[in-house]
Design a protein around this ligand. Structure first.
Ligand code: UT7
Length: 319
């Protein structure tokens, strides 16, 4: 009883913002950003909101793989930068894809940068329940609208984009094995856009992050959750063809591969060009790597998410 990946696509913010450009108006440098994060540029969406990028990514997936959008029975969107609290980004994408008459199920999940892995967990469970045959899982973010562009500790990291993966129930395919965890966080380690209970309690509309804390958390949980997922799937990490980690920081990705004694060339990375796109980073990385030929269908991969919550998870499946 398994899951077949039928299509993958992505869309990026239309404006490239380089480190050199950022250094013109905040106290930073291309060298600092590159050395500490591996990022050289990110893409910013000036005119398209999260649901627009998500729609573009899903259309890209359908066009690349010649899939009829009307065959999609559910849309799950992972995002922490939705257009609105309601309607959900998934419902907006449904409408923008012209799927209103299809009476599909559409909902968002907010698990910050782990959202796509949680979406995959939910999507594959729904397929295995046999209530659905085809589900689109989308990670979509427009982080630029919640960044404090005067805060050099956060605004240099994030970019805008969306990635989509269409998965089908296929009795002959292998399973998608997922593990997801949350530690709970009252400390505001990574927090954005609160709505106060009382109007006089103003909440900032921007992202704040205790970067060092998140870094320590990430390097601690990534190796263990990858091992947990591999054990659950009854395979070894070394047997995987590729690993796609959430693109948060090249140093975090390099550390995880080294700690697990895995071949660093098996780690897929696009952070240099795209920056950190939170819940969108994994499907964008998969889609770009498939397009560029560094990933191939039929390969066994593991995707790993971590971030606000504090949340973390891993999923392994055949691409
Ligand atoms: O996707 C969600 C999950 N998020 C993450 O996984 C992010 C995890 N955290 C990180 O990736 C890293 O902690 C950062 C990239 C955010 C920061 O890198 P760091 O190596 O931990 O730097 P730091 O915070 O220890 O700062 C080192 C120095 C400080 O100066 P002092 O106190 O040593 O004088 C900072 O003020 O670098 C300074 N600094 C900067 N300098 C130039 C901080 N940001 C910048 C900057 N440009 N943009």
């Amino acid at each position: 009883m398994g899951i077949k990946v039928s299509a993958v696509g992505h869309a990026l913010g239309e404006r490239v913002l380089t480190n050199h450009e950022l250094a013109q108006y905040i106290d930073t440098s291309h060298e600092w950003i590159l050395e500490r994060t591996g990022i050289t540029q990110r893409t910013i969406s000036d005119h398209l909101n999260t649901s627009d990028l998500g729609t573009q990514a899903l259309k890209n997936a359908c066009e690349r793989y010649e899939i009829d959008p009307l065959s999609i029975e559910a849309i799950i969107v992972a995002t922490m930068t939705p257009d609105h609290f309601t309607p959900s980004t998934a419902s907006l994408i449904q409408a923008k894809m012209g799927l209103n008459p299809s009476k599909i199920m559409a909902f968002d999940v907010n698990v910050a940068c782990s959202g796509f892995v949680v979406g995959l967990d939910l999507g594959s469970a729904l397929l295995e329940s046999k209530r659905f045959k085809r589900i689109a899982i989308i990670g979509a973010e427009v982080f630029s609208k919640i960044l404090d562009w005067n805060d050099r500790t956060t605004c240099i990291l994030f970019g805008d984009g969306a990635g989509a993966m269409i998965i089908d129930y296929d009795a002959t395919a292998s399973a998608c094995v997922c593990v997801n965890h949350s530690e709970g966080d009252l400390e505001g380690t990574l927090r954005a856009c609160g709505v106060p209970l009382l109007q006089e309690e103003a909440h900032p509309l921007t992202l704040s992050m205790q970067g060092k804390e998140v870094y320590r958390f990430a390097v601690d949980v990534i190796p263990s959750v990858m091992q947990e997922c591999a054990t659950k799937a009854n395979l070894t990490l070394k047997s995987l063809d590729h690993i796609v980690l959430h693109q948060a920081n090249q140093r975090i990705m390099d550390y995880a591969m080294k700690r697990l004694q895995l071949d660093p060339s098996k780690s897929i990375s696009n952070i240099a060009k795209v920056g950190n796109t939170s819940a969108a980073s994994i499907p964008i990385a998969v889609s770009m790597a498939l397009h560029e030929g560094s990933l191939h269908h039929g390969e066994r991969i593991m995707v790993v998410g971590f971030g606000g919550g504090l949340s973390y998870g891993a999923a392994t499946f055949t691409l």
